[in-house]
Design a binder for this molecule. Structure first.
Ligand code: C5P
Ligand code: MG
Length: 168
């Protein structure tokens, strides 16, 4: 038996907003503002969800969880990610590794790196070393740098077993 490996790429962006929570990777970060959105606006989990769907060419997050559907109003984004994982499992794919970047001018996030990695790893059934979370500012430039929005990027690797190629 050998493996078919695939990569998936995800990206998300939401506006910053006062009176909203800042939730990244399912972890609530102490902050004077949060991110606006139909769901809990967890850009990190949205990017990972899109990366997973992308690896299996299963469309994107909005196709599976419409942002006009009242069922997803205020929804915890971890349920989107777990649903994407189960869709991939139906196709025989397991998650091998993920790497992510959150781009947010403030607050500083590095003290929350371990909590975020642990929460994602726990929900996805991965060991901690397979979940990478990085943070960047946008150097005060553009909508992210001016504090008007935040972005997240994710790359995932998935694999599924395929019969050994027997040759001709
Ligand atoms: O964007 P910049 O290269 O200046 O970020 C320097 C470091 O600050 C990053 O490597 C990251 O560890 C940390 N950082 C953070 N929270 C942010 C942005 C960056 O902890 N919101
Ligand atoms: Mg989103």
């Amino acid at each position: 038996m050998s493996y078919e490996y695939r990569s998936g790429l995800g990206w998300d962006s939401h506006r910053t907003a006062s009176g909203r929570a800042l939730i990244l990777g399912g972890v609530t970060i102490p902050s004077e503002f949060g991110l606006d959105g139909h769901s809990d606006a967890d850009i990190l989990l949205h990017a990972i969800t899109d990366a997973l769907l992308g690896a299996a060419a299963l469309g994107d997050i909005g196709m599976h969880f419409s942002d006009t559907d009242p069922r997803w109003k205020g929804a915890e984004s971890m349920q989107f990610l777990l649903h994407a994982k189960s869709l991939l499992a139906e196709k025989g794919f397991e998650l091998v590794h993920l790497d992510t970047t959150v781009i947010l001018e403030k607050p500083k996030l590095k003290d929350f790196r371990t909590a975020i990695r642990e929460n994602i790893a726990k929900h996805l059934g991965l060991s901690l070393e397979l979940v990478s979370v990085k943070f960047k500012t946008a150097e005060k430039v553009g909508p992210v740098g001016e504090g008007r929005s935040a972005e997240a990027q994710a790359v995932v690797t998935v694999r599924r077993k395929v019969p050994e190629y027997a040759g001709v």
